[in-house]
Unconditional design. Structure first.
Length: 356
């Protein structure tokens, strides 16, 4: 089993007074490629002892979680190595007892998982529900503004309604709304909404993708699993030689950055433009006038390819609603551990602690 360590605590603002609400807590962010685990000692406290497991290196979520808990016990990091409650954010829709991951082989019963981990309470939430819950508490050090001609380098404002999208292994979408009772997450599966083209080139590209897939969702091309599909379609439209079979998203990004692979470069440029258009759709759909955040593991790797792309131009290109979107700030989440904060907040909101 592969185990990577990240010793940084996830900092959180204005901690509440500690309670005995099933503490300590286990929190996790489980994607299609990696699962990150963390530990919370007190309500409103930092997420500590963050460790990462590769999904492919463990037979199940229960085994990965138990390995993490055993590691804490072996290292003597906690005097109480058994959590009372857990909040696990998983990259799939949550409905009923049986949970099947969308982009990984893991499948489990929530009842059995709670029993296997010896928990008094298990809270399961969508991974982008957790990431959305983290948004109001993200600090400037965890964000990078995506400038627009009207917003400049302004960061989103933590009030009203916020949205987040994230290309990783798949494509997550979430939102959060400020209410008198606190922040309420809006879980969903927006990454599986139909992707639309906005110019002739994109129409030809998506037509190529439809030759292989009945439904072309946003996730089908705007994700780690989708970048190779997008590259193949771009090459076909350009009349270029088909790309090498088995290229990963990372290799496509590296090819674009090298300056010697024009098909990969056009692929990444198309990815950024389509992502901008999709992000604008999400902002309009949720009414996220206070800000849209970009999470996931792909965009932070792009560097200047993203900052110099058409993302923001296409985000705003909504005809009569261009002025509406010109005022909406956008930002990249640079802290890969942010969803753990949201998982902890999900438990906090059910612990009786004051909501902020």
């Amino acid at each position: 089993m592969s185990a990577l360590s990240d010793t940084r605590p996830v900092h959180r603002n204005a901690p509440s007074a500690p309670t005995a609400a099933g503490l300590p807590w286990l929190v996790a962010d489980v994607g299609g490629t990696n699962a990150r685990f963390g530990w919370v000692r007190e309500v409103g406290g930092e997420v500590l002892h963050v460790r990462q497991r590769e999904v492919s290196g463990s037979p199940s979520l229960a085994a990965a979680a138990q390995s993490y808990l055993e590691e804490l016990a072996q290292e003597g990091l906690e005097s109480q190595p058994q959590p009372g409650r857990a909040a696990l954010a998983v990259a799939t829709a949550i409905q009923g007892d049986r949970v099947t991951m969308t982009n990984s082989p893991w499948s489990f019963s929530r009842t059995e998982l709670q029993r296997d981990l010896g928990l008094e309470q298990l809270h399961l939430l969508n991974d982008f529900e957790a990431l959305a819950l983290s948004l109001p508490r993200l600090s400037a050090s965890q964000l990078r503004a995506i400038p627009g001609p009207h917003t400049g380098s302004a960061l989103p404002r933590p009030s009203a309604t916020l949205a987040v999208i994230g290309p990783g292994t798949g494509l997550g979408v979430g939102g959060v709304v400020q209410t008198p009772q606190g922040w309420q997450a809006l879980p969903g599966e927006g990454g599986h909404a139909t992707l639309a083209a906005t110019d002739d080139f994109e129409s030809e590209v998506l037509a190529q993708v439809r030759r292989h897939f009945e439904h072309v969702s946003a996730e089908r091309v705007l994700s780690g699993i989708g970048l190779p599909i997008l590259q193949e379609a771009v090459a076909a439209v350009l009349g270029a030689a088909p790309p090498s079979a088995g290229l990963s998203a990372r290799e496509i990004v590296e090819g674009a950055q090298s300056g010697h692979d024009p098909v990969s470069l056009r692929t990444v440029q198309t990815f950024c433009a389509l992502l901008g258009s999709f992000a604008g759709n999400v902002a309009l759909t949720l009414g996220a006038r206070q800000g849209v955040y970009i999470g996931g593991g792909i965009v932070p790797r792009l560097g200047p390819l993203f900052t110099e792309s058409r993302f923001r131009e296409r985000f705003e290109a909504k005809g009569r609603f261009r002025a509406y979107l010109q005022e909406v700030p956008t930002a990249l989440i640079t802290d890969t551990l942010a969803a753990l904060t949201g998982s902890a907040f999900a438990l906090e909101q059910g612990s009786g602690a004051p909501r902020r």
